[in-house]
Write a protein that binds this ligand. Sequence first.
Ligand SMILES: O=C(O)c1cc(C(=O)O)c2c(n1)C(=O)C(=O)c1cc(C(=O)O)[nH]c1-2
Length: 246
Amino acid sequence: MDIAIPPASAASPAPWSPAEFEARLRDKGAAYHIHHPFNRRLNAGACTPHEVRCWVANRFYYQVCIPRKDAAILANMPDRAERRLWTLRVLDHDGHGDFAGDAAGGIEAWARLGQAVGLEREELWSLRRVAPGVRFACDAYVNFAARAPWQEAVCSSLTEMFAPQIHKDRLAGWPRHYPWIDPRGLAYFRSRIPLASRDVEHGLRVTLAHFTTRAAQQRALDILQFKLDILWSMLDAIEKACHEPA
Ligand SMILES: O=C(O)c1cc(C(=O)O)c2c(n1)C(=O)C(=O)c1cc(C(=O)O)[nH]c1-2
């Protein structure tokens, strides 16, 4: 992701209007990992208990990386008001307050999902089931967020525009498809629906204000594609690592 934004010139096409630009960002949902064959199988109830556990153990690495990447973005934000908003993202995942209920944070909620699918806590936290491709993909996200201008890092979080649907699919289908999973373990997915909407509102405001030439808008679309590729690559690696020979 080291392609520089070329300077606007008289020959550049006019920028898209904010509404058109936002529509083009939203069109990127066609490449979201909701359409990945492994996710389609997972949410259709076609995965074995081994595959579900393996997905939960691998995705845990994404969960632990998210607040690290958000902390890296914070360090690059000069503006106090933006930092105050962004801090919430770190706390959403790391937890705050009394460490009970929602205050325990997303990582703890994911660990409870691990318990609900039958993973030992130590096995999850040790990260020993994380496939190399999942590590590479998540580390690429943290590295990009740390090195890019903060507005570009914010833009890369906009895959969250498409996340509420994937969480809703899990909440709607898993209790029927996977009755062996304790439904209390699904609380993480429920908790993310309002938080993702709040995050997207902020992320879109920053993105629409920052990427204002056509070349910059094209770069924003490329950044979003880079993040979509990270999520897709994670599932490619998970699909391979979690495959159970018949
Ligand atoms: O389960 C999913 O498919 C999924 C996807 C994404 C995403 O689109 O990046 C996030 C989440 N979940 C999620 O739970 C979450 O907290 C989150 C934060 C971010 C981000 O980029 O800052 N993405 C996502």
